[in-house]
Design a protein around this ligand. Structure first.
Ligand SMILES: [Cu+2]
Length: 202
């Protein structure tokens, strides 16, 4: 697998109906385009290297060094939604998230990009998410995110949902994300369906 070509494989590009968000996200995108596409995808047959614990901090699996702060998932009744968090790596080696699963839906790792016409699109992120050693990587609206492709049941505001991150060494990290409504990316949200108990100013 060659991870160095940046040709826009428009395999899973979906055009989000979030026009209001786009302007604000363009600057983020420029950074992502530079920083995000250097995935060194060495996920090949990784079973054979039991990392010798030379340093005291390098024991255990990749998941042992990964934490997620501020996780949340965007409430939605059906269709697609997205989950976000800031991922921190306190280890001395990069950690790569190669996939994610959820009971709610098939999950893809998405990034934002510009297509040929300059429009913002989201697409599957080749090579997964790399969290640098000692660093962090934010999943946020307008940037990289976990896309829940086809909800089998509603994501209700205030409830909590688990998303499992799959790391390149085979370890996993379960992230519990509370659901909340997100005004910035309102899709076809059918209000008045049930009284929402969160007070709302807008
Ligand atoms: Cu997406």
């Amino acid at each position: 697998m060659s991870a160095r070509t940046t040709t826009p494989t428009s395999r899973a590009s979906v055009r989000p109906r979030r026009t209001a968000l786009l302007g604000a996200a363009v600057t983020t995108l420029a950074l992502l385009a530079v920083a995000g596409c250097s995935a060194s995808a060495d996920t090949s047959s990784g079973a054979a290297t039991p990392s010798t614990a030379s340093g005291s901090a390098s024991e255990g699996t990749a998941a042992d060094h990964l934490t997620a702060t501020d996780p949340w998932i965007k409430a939605a009744e059906s269709g697609m939604t997205a989950a976000f968090a800031v991922l921190h790596n306190d280890g001395d080696q990069d950690v790569t998230v190669v996939g994610a699963t959820s009971d709610l839906s098939p999950v893809q790792i998405h990034e934002m990009a510009t297509d040929d016409s300059g429009a913002m699109v989201m697409r599957e992120k080749e090579g997964g998410l790399t969290i640098p050693a000692g660093g962090e990587h934010a999943l946020e609206p307008g940037g990289d995110h976990l896309m829940l492709m086809e909800l089998s049941s509603p994501v209700e505001p205030g409830a909590e949902y688990e998303v499992t991150l799959e790391l390149s060494d085979g370890s996993t990290l379960v992230v519990t994300a509370p659901a909340r409504t997100f005004a910035g990316a309102k899709e076809d949200y059918d209000e008045g369906h049930e009284g929402h108990d969160m007070s709302h100013d807008g």
